[in-house]
Design a protein. Structure first.
Length: 65
């Protein structure tokens, strides 16, 4: 996992997991196993957002400046 990426809707970045205590991994594994056992995934797990990055054609960018 690369550092410096944007955080998600929960405001957690990759660094939070990368540098967290090893117990966090155990908790996340248990949580995932419970999701599988009970066939239930919270609806918030499907939430995401996309930030559009406007781009222009190279010839239009040269003409504008």
């Amino acid at each position: 996992m690369a550092n410096g990426k944007a955080a998600g809707l929960d405001q957690l970045s990759r660094e939070h997991l990368k540098y967290s205590h090893p117990m966090v991994v155990c908790i996340l594994i248990k949580l995932s196993n419970l999701f599988l056992r009970y066939s239930h995934i919270p609806s918030s797990f499907g939430c995401s957002y996309t930030v559009p990055v406007p781009k222009c054609e190279w010839h239009a960018c040269l003409a504008n400046g």
